[in-house]
Design a binder for this molecule. Structure first.
Ligand code: CA2
Length: 163
């Protein structure tokens, strides 16, 4: 019965959607600073995530933008539709109250990811606005951090769908 299968407007019997959102300059991955961000391109990371999400039975949306408003819009679109968000907001991590507000309003379990260990870097990278809305943060493991984030979300989603 449809009503019994729905939670917060989302059909929990459908394939869960995970939205992976990437912020500014992450389209430049693989071109510079491999010692900080690794050698993989954003397309390589997308392929890695797609292979992993397939194995977990998730439908994946993988997006990158250089514009703060795009991230806000995509987070709003995730509300009631996506089962989880993985976000690497890039430099907006350290500046954007708008992204924090969107995440708080979305009420979608969120895992924050950073390729680098932001706590070993410049002091201005130590604070994250995203962290206040995220279940947790993974940083310092390069592209593998995205896989760890998907695994963390899988556990959260499976836990919350058990009755
Ligand atoms: O470590 C991360 O994933 C960051 O979110 C990456 C952001 C940085 O502002 C955050 O503090 C930490 C920057 C991504 C820029 O990536 C580039 C890669 C190659 C060439 C130029 C930029």
């Amino acid at each position: 019965m449809a009503n019994e299968r729905e939670t917060g407007g989302r059909d929990v019997t459908a394939t869960p959607i995970i939205s992976i959102l990437n912020g500014p300059n992450l389209n430049m991955l693989g071109t510079r600073q491999p010692e900080v961000y690794g050698r993989e391109s954003i397309s390589d990371i997308e392929a890695l995530c797609r292979a992993h999400a397939d194995g977990q039975g998730f439908a994946l949306e993988f997006r990158q933008t250089n514009h703060e408003g795009d991230l806000v819009t995509w987070i709003q679109e995730a509300r009631g539709r996506a089962s989880g968000i993985v976000i690497n907001a890039g430099a907006y991590t350290h500046t954007s109250v708008a992204i924090l507000d969107a995440l708080l309003a979305a009420e979608v379990p969120t895992v924050e990811v950073h390729l680098s260990n932001i706590h070993q870097r410049d002091p201005f990278r130590h604070h994250s606005y995203v962290a206040k809305a995220a279940k947790g943060m993974i940083c310092g493991f390069g592209s593998h951090g995205y896989i760890l984030a998907l695994d963390a979300l899988a556990r959260l989603i499976k836990g919350s769908s058990q009755t």
